[in-house]
Design a protein around this ligand. Structure first.
Ligand code: PQQ
Length: 569
């Protein structure tokens, strides 16, 4: 069974993976080093497991491993337990999804949480389901939100002190973003924290409003009229946790609707990072990356805690690479802005960041106001870079304490974007905008970047033809791992960026690789199966990789046995 202690120690313990992010800080770093720059050429697949059926797409899951069993989710709210050594199926669970689910960006799921004897995951019809880890039978099931109003769950939940904590999806349908904490063993609600000001004056406990006036001033102050009631700021990527400060970090998505002229103001707390006290659900600090967003620059991307030395002092920092193209380093104790810099080649919408980290907008490049146009329906189109799918999207970056660098999966692209009139209707798209994504370079869109958070320097980069959409991992073996839509699992030298390994998995990779050890041997696993937002919304960009549309396979690699002997001698 999985304990709180196992989860808190996940990054340091190499024989299991019991948290999304390979440690609650989500550094995605493992100290394992048997597979390294010298040995990697020798690794080979030991098993491949097919997720089967017709539902072969969008495999964004990060595998978990405990006591020799791997737990993975697949598209369409499915879960498997697999013998981690042999790839044999132990059980399979498939949620019965109703017609009318509305995930914006494919039928994806990013992984399970493990706690006690339970495997807990969120479904596309906005439920949390807890399964018995040995049998796959349902232990508890909880309706989190109404899928008919556009809610879904795609995040991998995390566990803190016996609570299962998750977020919601639905920012394209005018939902209200919230962070939820439930008793992991029973599914009983502990607290719910809405992330839109206006809802902020309250907190829900057991279905009742219990608390006034926290963390946001007057209800609706940064929103006009009652637009906050359907204000978005979905918490769709889930969170990270830092035991050192005792803070839970969640990002929030775009404000709804996309058309910014309909909602003058900063629109708290959309496109922000929030630090939350996990005991109470109270917001401790907030940092808004894109106030009054007009480009769909969701602020959900993971905030990763790390320490560094400066002038002989330890700085308790946290970093995030935003959809909007800026990389931010914050003081994780109070949310103060330390520094920020663009991590993409070019930005069109801002000149830079001011001393508080607020973007200095170039107002002419904001998509136009329909009410000022000839027909009153369509505002002036602008070309914006990055495109709304972001300088970086949900796919997690990694941090190596060995090099002090972040390894960021990013993309170079732009979009034509225009605004339209719109009004809220339950369960209908609520954008008030149209767009076309375009590439900007003939030979690449994706860029894997090694970034120095102290200087903003790009230490190395690897350009990839198709957009990068898979997670990154780094190891004590000096390797940076990721996958690409062309189907390759790849490993790079963490210092030089030299590609030292690639393997064709048969479909595009949008999953996140993991590594662990069993009986003295190091294993690496990744899901393959192209999908997610790019094939749905990428237009001509998506066509670049059409031949790898479908897939659903878990691949597992290790070194041949003889290396174990070498290590022993
Ligand atoms: O606002 C939201 O609720 C929401 C949810 C999701 C999601 O749950 O996957 C995505 C997005 N927005 C989004 O903007 C986006 O670009 C995106 C990409 C992906 C993906 O898995 O490839 N999901 C989502």
């Amino acid at each position: 069974n999985v304990t709180d202690k196992d989860i808190q120690n996940d990054q340091a313990t190499t024989d299991d993976i019991v948290s999304y992010g390979m440690g609650l800080r989500a550094q995605r770093y493992s100290p394992l080093s048997a597979i390294n720059k010298d040995t990697i050429e020798e690794i080979r697949p030991v098993w491949a497991f097919s997720l089967g059926g017709e539902k072969q797409r969008g495999q964004e899951s990060q595998p978990m491993v405990k006591d020799g069993v791997m737990y993975v989710t697949g598209s369409y709210s499915r879960v498997w337990a697999i013998n981690a050594m042999t790839g044999e199926e132990l059980w399979q669970y498939e949620a019965r999804l109703p017609d009318g689910i509305m995930p914006c960006c494919d039928v994806i799921n990013r992984g399970v949480a493990l706690y006690d004897n339970l495997v807990i995951f969120g479904t596309l019809d906005a439920k949390l389901v807890a399964l018995d880890k040995d049998t796959g039978k349902t232990v508890w099931k909880k309706k989190v939100e109404d899928y008919k109003a556009g809610y879904s769950i795609t995040a991998a939940p995390i566990i803190i002190d016996g609570m299962v904590i998750t977020g919601n999806s639905g920012g394209e349908f005018g939902v209200v973003g919230k962070v939820y904490a439930f008793d992991a063993k029973t599914g009983k609600q502990i607290w719910v924290r809405p992330t839109v000001e206006g809802h902020m004056g309250y907190m829900w406990k057991e279905g009742k409003k219990t608390e006034n006036g926290i963390s946001g001033g007057a209800p609706g102050e940064t929103w006009p009229a009652d637009l906050w009631k359907t204000g978005g700021a979905a918490t769709w990527l889930g969170g990270t946790y830092d035991a050192d400060t005792g803070l839970l970090f969640f990002g929030t998505g775009n404000p709804s609707p996309w058309n910014s002229h309909l909602r003058p103001g900063d629109n708290y707390f959309s496109s922000s990072r929030l630090a939350i006290n996990p005991k109470t659900g109270k917001i401790v600090w907030h940092f808004q990356t894109t106030p009054h967003d007009g480009w769909d620059f969701d602020g959900v991307n993971e905030l990763i805690s790390f320490d560094y030395q400066e002038s002989g002092k330890t700085v308790k920092a946290a970093a995030t690479a935003d959809r909007n193209g800026f990389f931010y380093v914050l003081n994780r104790e109070d949310g103060d802005f330390i520094r920020g810099f663009p991590f993409v080649d070019k930005l069109t919408w801002a000149k830079g960041l001011d001393k508080n980290g607020r973007p200095i907008y170039i107002e002419e490049t904001r998509p136009g106001n329909p009410s000022l146009s000839d027909d009153g329906k369509k505002g002036a189109m602008v070309v914006a870079r990055p495109a709304f799918l972001g300088g970086k999207n949900w796919m997690p970056m990694a941090y190596s304490p060995d090099t002090g660098l972040f390894y960021v999966p990013s993309n170079e692209w732009e979009m034509d974007i225009w605004n339209e009139t719109t009004s809220y209707k339950k369960g209908a798209a609520y954008l008030g905008a149209g767009f076309t994504i375009k590439s900007v370079n003939e030979d690449y869109i994706g860029v894997l970047r090694a970034i120095d958070p102290k200087t903003g320097e790009e230490v190395w980069r690897y350009n990839n033809f198709a957009p990068l959409w898979g997670g990154v991992m780094t190891t004590g073996g000096g390797l940076v791992w990721t996958g690409n839509p062309e189907g390759y699992l790849m490993a790079f030298d963490d210092k030089t960026g030299e590609m030292v390994y690639k393997f064709q998995t048969g479909s595009g990779i949008v999953g996140s690789p993991v590594t662990w050890e069993m009986e003295g041997e190091q294993y690496v696993s990744v899901l393959s199966g192209w999908g997610g937002a790019v094939p749905l919304w990428g237009g001509e960009v998506a066509k670049r990789i059409k031949h790898l549309n479908q897939g659903g396979t878990v691949w597992t690699f290790k070194l041949p046995k003889r290396y174990e002997q070498v290590a022993k001698n």
